[in-house]
Ligand binder design. Structure first.
Ligand code: PMV
Length: 336
């Protein structure tokens, strides 16, 4: 029925990497250079509806109720083109996406965003991918989005070989974890958009940073040790590995030419408060992404104390607490 367009709504949550993805070996196919491992959060979901408009001549994209522009719109349209090619269909789409995450602030809005778009878009265009294929699809929007297809902890494989082979082998899958009751206390020291996009920062780091290759090599060791620590449910080891992996990633950027520095004075103040918590016997470990915000991993039972310490260190920052969250899901489906 051409009059009743297919539509689907999906919900996906952001994830925070404990072993970071930084750098691509193929920008078009979005193939990460390194394996990464993350925790999907139970807060700040993205809700996206994709409705096919057979009469439309262009795709319409709105972000939080306003027409999307520039780079964001282009990335969504490129993703829709991929869905159309996969489905062998040519209808344009109306995409409505709503983020609780402040968009582009290093809080994983692209992860929840492209995971939700992959799930809703695949359904709207009549595709029926399994979770691995969905994860591979989400990766084409944003490599970190491949992990938000899954709940809890997920590993994203960097992919082997080049071209088609890399495309097939770069996907995320769940990592079973027992005996951990973790929280991530998120210190939003600055919720504004970042000055350098993660895409540009990665490109510059891989091309110019003398530290990049050694970080990538040590990240392999971090991942192997992280798997062991997760398997044992050893939060202190998980936190230590995550913190060194993130600081190493930021070191690669600081050594890029010109340097990319996402960390601010407030970031460092929060990092100091994390060190003081540890000196006081609280297992608390920091990780930072492409922005100044700090995510502090701790036992859920310590989250209140950690949040208080962070608030005391930077009084005007907002603090959110997250636990492990759910997989991306289709919410409604109409007109099929
Ligand atoms: O948002 P993306 O997919 O361009 O990548 C951001 C990568 C980091 O958040 C810095 C690390 C990660 O693995 O999520």
């Amino acid at each position: 029925n051409q009059l009743k367009a297919a539509a689907a709504t999906a919900v996906a949550h952001p994830n925070i990497a404990l072993i970071k993805y930084w750098g691509k070996s193929d920008e078009r196919l979005m193939i990460p250079y390194v394996d990464s491992l993350s925790m999907t959060l139970d807060i700040l979901p993205t809700v996206t509806t994709v409705r096919l408009g057979p009469g439309e001549r262009t795709d319409q994209v709105t972000l939080d109720g306003a027409p999307a522009e520039g780079d964001f719109r282009q990335r969504v349209v490129t993703f829709l083109d991929l869905l159309r090619a996969m489905a062998g269909r040519d209808e344009r789409a109306v995409v409505d996406t709503r983020n609780v995450v402040p968009t582009g602030a290093g809080l994983a809005s692209s992860a929840s965003g492209f995971a939700a778009l992959a799930v809703a878009g695949a359904a709207a265009y009549g595709l029926d991918p399994d979770p691995t294929a969905l994860s591979r699809l989400a990766r084409r929007g944003s490599a970190s989005a491949s992990r938000s297809i899954f709940g809890g902890f997920a590993i994203c494989h960097a992919g082997q070989g080049g071209g088609e082979a890399a495309d097939r082998s770069a996907f995320a899958e769940p990592v079973p974890v027992t005996g951990l009751d973790p929280a991530l206390v998120i210190a939003l020291v600055n919720a504004g958009p970042k000055a350098v996009s993660s895409r540009e920062a990665m490109r510059r780091t891989v091309a110019t940073s003398p530290l990049y290759q050694s970080w990538a090599a040590s990240s392999k060791i971090d991942l192997a040790e992280m798997r062991g620590a997760l398997h044992r449910g050893d939060l202190a080891a998980v936190g230590e590995i995550a913190e060194r992996n993130a600081l190493g990633m930021h070191a690669t950027m600081l050594a890029a030419r010109p340097a990319v520095r996402y960390l601010s004075a407030d970031t460092v103040t929060v990092l100091d408060s994390v060190l003081r918590l540890r000196a006081d016997g609280v297992a608390a470990y920091a990780t930072m992404d492409a922005g100044p915000n700090v995510k502090v991993l701790c036992h859920r039972a310590d989250a209140g104390r950690v949040a208080d310490a962070v608030r005391a260190a930077v009084p005007d920052c907002s603090v959110l607490t997250a636990g492990p969250g759910p997989a991306a899901v289709l919410r409604t489906e109409a007109g099929r």
